[in-house]
Design a protein around this ligand. Structure first.
Ligand SMILES: [Zn+2]
Length: 321
């Protein structure tokens, strides 16, 4: 399992949560997405869309520059109102969009399902993938839905499950965050975030063997959290290996400061002021005296620079990047 696969899966799930699941070449080829991009392009899960005629100027990174012409060597000539003639890489004009057919095939291959069983409940949004039956287990009917956080999408899926009479056997894969918002029509159902179920592999989505049989409905989100910072802001809770830790106010402030910081790192003084601490000898490790496990798991102290960095749990990689 390579890091590029993990990154590719996280990026791909993010794109699927957008109204238009696409990304421009500039963002796709930027530093943090570079490895993920190679993977998604090779798997053809991203395909070329429209070529853009206006792009953000690579020189000033502020103004919109008009694409004038190609100049060879994979370069293009641009006209920026500020910087005038500018050259830049040709991928600036690319748009890449998610290939839904390719993604469907990848899910079907991952679950060993045939394409005949696929039925589309809502174009590019809700699919029934098919039914699997592991020996001696009850059958599972697999659905995929993106933007399931939207009440209208959840209601549509619920209606489909009722029509299919699969209420007892349905398993829903989604790119949305789980738990779904309170009151979602899909609240009682077995909904699993794709990003925790497996990784994008070669021509198939590689489901983790131990996750496929993973039982149970999504009760409360917290019950499914392994190690996660997802509830730090909303509920002052942190989870480490499934154990829930109630955070003291100062602990919550420290974690929120690191969650919100660029690169999730802060020098000690900056962390102190971000937390609004008046203490003479502010010490994060002491603040966490009563929740040392949380401190040791998610905070890394870089002694040489006197900096604190967040150790991002795998489960949070899709929103904490
Ligand atoms: Zn410019």
């Amino acid at each position: 399992m390579s890091q590029s696969q993990i990154d590719a899966t996280a990026l791909f799930c993010q794109l699927l949560e957008q109204d238009k699941p696409e990304i421009n070449g500039q963002a796709l080829h930027s530093g943090e997405n570079k490895d993920a991009a190679v993977h998604l392009l090779r798997e053809r899960l991203l395909v070329l869309g429209k070529t853009k005629e206006w792009v953000t100027c690579p020189e000033c990174e502020v103004d919109l520059a008009r694409v004038v012409r190609e100049v060879g060597g994979d370069k293009i000539m641009l006209m920026c109102p500020q910087c005038q003639d500018v050259t830049g890489p040709r991928h600036l004009t690319d748009t890449h969009k998610v290939s839904m057919p390719k993604f469907q095939r990848s899910l079907l291959n991952g679950l060993d399902l045939s394409a005949n069983g696929l039925s589309v409940a809502a174009e590019d949004q809700i699919w029934r993938l098919g039914t699997t039956q592991a020996s001696r287990n009850k059958p599972s009917t697999w659905y995929f839905a993106r933007q399931l956080f939207r009440p209208d999408v959840a209601a549509r899926l619920r209606e489909q499950i009722a029509l299919d009479k699969t209420t007892q056997s349905c398993v829903v894969l989604t790119t949305s965050d789980v738990p779904l918002p309170l009151g979602s029509p899909m609240t009682e159902f077995d909904v699993r975030p794709l990003v925790t179920m497996g990784r994008i592999g070669q021509s198939k989505f590689e489901f983790f063997a131990d996750r496929q049989g993973y039982p149970g409905p999504q009760v409360l989100a917290q019950a499914t959290a392994g190690t996660s910072l997802k509830y730090v802001k909303s509920e002052a809770l942190a989870f480490v290996d499934g154990v829930r830790f109630e955070l003291e106010p100062s602990q919550q402030k420290i974690l929120i400061a690191l969650i919100d910081a660029t690169d999730h790192e802060l020098e000690k003084g900056a962390l102190k002021s971000a937390c609004g601490s008046q203490s003479q000898d502010f010490s994060p490790s002491r603040e966490f005296q009563r929740n040392q496990i949380v401190y040791k798991t998610v905070i890394h102290y870089l002694r040489d620079d006197d900096r604190y960095a967040l150790v991002i749990p795998v489960e949070d990689a899709h929103w904490l990047r």
